[in-house]
Design a protein around this ligand. Structure first.
Ligand code: NAP
Length: 247
């Protein structure tokens, strides 16, 4: 199921958390992996680790806020692997604060990284995908972009923005057999949520009907499906992976 052999995937923010699980899952389904992250050492070590497990992979430094690094990585991936079939816009951060106390720099940073970063990466990979007349763009949004959350107006705006962005681009590129979809995770057990106070984690957990945190692998499975031939007729869709937290 979900045979991705011969497909070349770029994952941003790949060295830990959800991005790491997505990269491993795509590789397990046969994809060739360009794992990218802002920290060169971590991501190159991850590329080596995948290769030592018999996968075809390489680590690339890519800062989603830096257009030059995005373009250099896309060129490097094309040089090394010859094509780009899948982009996963995963890199993301949170800088939480109530709106009345939020610093303009925290608003700007979260929008620039989470939303403008996905715009820039998508634009860069679309050139080869349009030529190939095929491709899959998958962006990692959040349940917070669908339902809002107090203290996360910057993060919610960036994640809701990814949904509108993906629906618009889906319409633009459908004629070239490129699909553009979103995965919207709920509460997932990673460094991002481990940084929350225990009381906040418990309160969030009490709102999840399936009564557990999601795992990075739960999110990765949804990405593999959307990247596969089985999802060829799905575009402009938001696939919720939230344990029923928002239905
Ligand atoms: P994480 O553990 O904090 O990992 C984020 C990754 O993004 C890290 O590898 C980080 O690199 C990288 N990154 C940060 N700034 C970057 C930049 N400028 N360019 C490229 N990469 C950069 O987060 P996560 O929990 O796995 O989240 C992954 C995605 O899922 C995010 O978009 C997040 O918003 C979304 N999400 C998470 C949850 C959740 O509950 N965890 C829920 C819904 C959605 P460093 O190691 O250098 O920091």
């Amino acid at each position: 199921m979900f045979d991705l052999s011969g497909r070349v995937a770029i994952v941003t923010g790949a060295s830990r958390g959800i991005g790491r699980a997505i990269s491993i899952a795509l590789a397990n389904h046969g994809a060739t992996l360009a794992v990218t992250d802002i920290l060169t050492d971590a991501v190159c070590a991850f590329g080596d680790e995948l290769r030592s497990q018999g996968r075809t992979a390489q680590g690339f430094m890519l800062d989603v806020t830096d257009t030059a690094s995005i373009e250099a990585t896309v060129e490097g991936v094309l040089e090394r692997f010859g094509r780009i079939d899948i982009l996963v816009n995963n890199a993301g951060i949170a800088r939480d604060q109530l709106l009345m106390r939020m610093k303009r720099e925290d608003w700007d940073l979260v929008i620039r990284l989470n939303l403008t970063g996905a715009f820039a990466c998508t634009q860069a990979v679309l050139r080869p995908m349009l030529k190939q007349r095929s491709g899959r763009i998958i962006s990692i949004s959040s349940v917070v972009g669908q339902m809002g959350n107090a203290g996360q107006s910057n993060y919610a705006a960036s994640k809701a923005g990814l949904i509108g962005f993906s629906k618009a681009v889906a319409r633009e590129v459908a004629g070239r057999n490129i699909t553009v979809n979103v995965v919207a995770p709920g509460l997932v057990d990673t460094d991002m949520t481990r940084a929350l106070p225990e009381a906040v984690r418990s309160e969030w957990l009490s709102k999840v009907p399936l009564a557990r945190f999601g795992t990075p692998e739960d999110v990765a499975a949804a990405v593999c499906f959307l990247a596969s031939d089985e999802a060829a007729y799905i575009t402009g869709h938001v696939l919720a992976v939230n344990g029923g937290m928002y239905v």
